[in-house]
Design a protein around this ligand. Structure first.
Ligand SMILES: Nc1ncnc2c1ncn2[C@@H]1O[C@H](COP(=O)(O)OP(=O)(O)OP(=O)(O)O)[C@@H](O)[C@H]1O
Length: 245
């Protein structure tokens, strides 16, 4: 299932300059890392691709279906979205929160029961299934948000800064989950941490002031722009410096 964007413009306020302005962008499968400095437009783009924020111009499609068109219902249910700002039901227990998310997304309860148990194992929250969400640590809340994004077994997974607050073991766990999903889903993840992008994403997209500066295989991006040390950080900084000069 392909995620595609054409002539996409997003602005906050009628006369404001667009904070996302992308002529064309397509991700067909695997994991694409979306990188950019603070305010580059990553969250706005992901929110728009999740079907949560109507663009001010252009189109965003999933599997050829306009996310804001008449047939949107047929695709928004196939998208799993983990926002940057978590809004979790603190009073519920972890397993209940997942069941609730499944109910909201119309996953039949007989399917959800087994699947949610597996998801809790995957994200390492099975031992905390009976804990109240508000008692979880920051990193655990992030893992729960990831679990919630997975309840529909989405074809498209959008993760906004998924590694924030995760310990090294959990980062490795997230890589494992993405590697499994990479075979079947299109994943777009934003991150400030180039190291995470190199380890998790086979493609990298660089966003600067709402515009797409570069899209391509991560390995080539680092090899060609990473300087003598082959540093991903260097590749990123060189790309935005060239665009600003
Ligand atoms: N609700 C809002 N109202 C007005 N402006 C907003 C709003 N949300 C974001 N912006 C502005 O839009 C621009 C892009 O913000 P966005 O959060 O999409 O960037 P980002 O790349 O995700 O940043 P970060 O890495 O800091 O999370 C920024 O200039 C930001 O100030």
């Amino acid at each position: 299932m392909e995620v595609e964007v054409s002539g996409l413009r997003c602005a906050y306020g009628r006369s404001a300059a667009p904070v996302v302005d992308i002529e064309a962008f397509a991700v067909a499968r695997g994991v694409c890392g979306l990188v950019g400095v603070n305010g580059a437009g990553k969250s706005t783009l992901l929110r728009t691709l999740a079907g949560c924020r109507r663009p001010d111009g252009g189109r965003a499609t999933v599997g050829g279906v306009d996310l804001y068109g008449r047939r949107r219902r047929s695709v928004v249910g196939r998208i799993g979205y983990m926002p940057q700002q978590l809004d979790l039901p603190g009073e519920l227990r972890v397993a209940e929160a997942l069941d609730y998310a499944s109910w909201v997304r119309d996953v039949p309860s007989f399917v959800a029961r087994e699947r949610n148990r597996e998801i809790l194992e995957q994200v390492g929250l099975a031992p905390r299934a009976k804990d109240r969400v508000l008692h979880l640590s920051g990193g655990m809340k992030r893992r729960l948000a990831l679990a919630i994004a997975l309840v529909t077994q989405p074809d498209v997974l959008l993760l906004d800064e998924p590694t924030t607050g995760l310990d090294p073991e959990q980062r490795a766990g997230l890589r494992g989950i993405l590697a499994d999903l990479g075979l079947s889903a299109v994943t777009l993840l934003s991150s400030h941490v180039m190291e995470d992008v190199v380890m998790m994403a086979d493609q990298v997209a660089v966003l600067e002031a709402g515009r797409l500066l570069h899209v391509g295989p991560t390995a080539a991006f680092v090899a060609e722009r990473g300087g003598p040390d082959g540093s991903a950080e260097h590749a990123f900084l060189a790309t935005i410096a060239a665009a600003r000069s």
